[in-house]
Design a protein around this ligand. Structure first.
Ligand code: SF4
Ligand code: MG
Length: 334
């Protein structure tokens, strides 16, 4: 497998005034292979979108590296950035908010092509707009209409057509289906999968729950409060989740198979997500973890490869910790 994107020990902190720092992303490392879909999952506010925006250079990094196709993107010249960001595009959660309501669908889709001076004539450009509309399951009659005339699912298709306009290699899809009806979600996911096969696209797929991500992702990283807590193949994450937070996210998904339903440990998440301005000491998940031990408040759990290609940050899997007695009786339903 060839790595297209590497994120190494990325940190993104925001100064929020009065000497306080919002630690949005802490030492996050992962890579995305060419042609695969990497899912990034976690509750809102856990830093997923910040990672996406930092990869795209919309935010400066605080520390670490973003390597795209062998190039350190944050150290490129403006010209180099302009060239590389053409290959990387983003699809947003709320397609309506990301589309200018005063522009026609044609203008919305053509804008990135104009910025990059892709076509010499309006005619050629319009032909390309028609082609893109058809690729996303719309048609040329839609070109002169306005985004608000469309349903949520159709608007997301317009957003996808716009993202495809520059023939990118890599797409960051930031919760592209979260705002859509469940019935429409599957259609958009299927469209993305078809486009991926057709065009050899690589995806970073950001989501707040695990339900749809399993179907689309090859590998998945689970984030909590700015930290990556588990990373492995989509299959291993579902079959043998290790981190208590991953187990809690999985417990929130209804399972159609009653046998799995019975065997799987169900963890119900309690309490609030702490503020990333004042995160808990030691393990960031400890205030909500049913298995929290004494060591969890004192020592940050190391990022360990527990099984091949299965990484987790949790003291339950840390051989250096001898006493694994939970502080209280874990509230786990079996
Ligand atoms: Fe829970 Fe401790 Fe593991 Fe954190 S390190 S997830 S608090 S058991
Ligand atoms: Mg977000």
């Amino acid at each position: 497998d060839e790595k297209l994107l590497e994120v190494n020990q990325l940190k993104k902190h925001f100064d929020v005034g009065k000497g306080k720092v919002l630690k949005a992303v802490n030492d996050v490392s992962f890579y995305v292979n060419k042609g695969e879909t990497f899912g990034l999952v976690g509750e809102s506010g856990c830093g997923k979108s910040t990672i996406g925006r930092t990869i795209l250079g919309l935010y400066d990094k605080t520390e670490g590296d973003v390597i795209y196709d062998g190039l350190d993107v944050h150290s490129l010249t403006e010209k180099g950035k302009f060239k590389i960001y053409r290959k990387m595009q983003m699809i947003f959660q709320d397609p309506y908010a990301s589309l200018n309501p005063r522009s026609t669908v044609r203008e919305v889709i053509a804008e990135p092509m104009e910025v990059h001076g892709l076509f010499k004539t309006k005619r050629e450009q319009l032909e390309r707009v028609y082609e893109l509309l058809e690729e996303v399951g719309l048609n040329r009659d839609h070109a002169n209409r306005y985004p608000h005339e469309f349903s949520g699912g159709q608007r997301q298709r317009i957003g996808i057509a716009r993202a495809l306009a520059l023939e990118p290699e890599f797409i960051i899809a930031d919760e592209p289906i979260s705002a859509l009806d469940v019935s429409v979600q599957a259609q958009v996911v299927n469209l993305l999968k078809e486009l991926q096969v057709e065009k050899g696209l690589t995806f970073l797929f950001i989501a707040h729950d695990l339900s749809m991500v399993k179907q689309i992702s090859d590998r998945i990283g689970v984030m909590y409060l700015g930290n990556l807590v588990e990373l492995t193949s989509s299959k291993a994450l579902y079959d043998e989740p290790l981190h208590p937070y991953t187990k809690a996210l999985l417990s929130a998904i209804p399972i159609p198979d009653p046998d799995i339903e019975e065997s799987r440990e169900r963890i119900i998440l309690e309490g609030e997500l702490p503020s990333p301005i004042d995160p808990p000491s030691g393990c960031v998940f400890r205030t909500r973890c049913p298995f929290a031990m004494e060591v969890c408040a004192e020592v940050q759990p190391p990022w360990q490869e527990v099984e091949q290609d299965h990484y987790v940050a949790c003291h339950l899997y840390n051989n250096e910790v001898e006493d694994k007695t939970p502080l209280k009786e874990p509230a786990v339903q079996r």
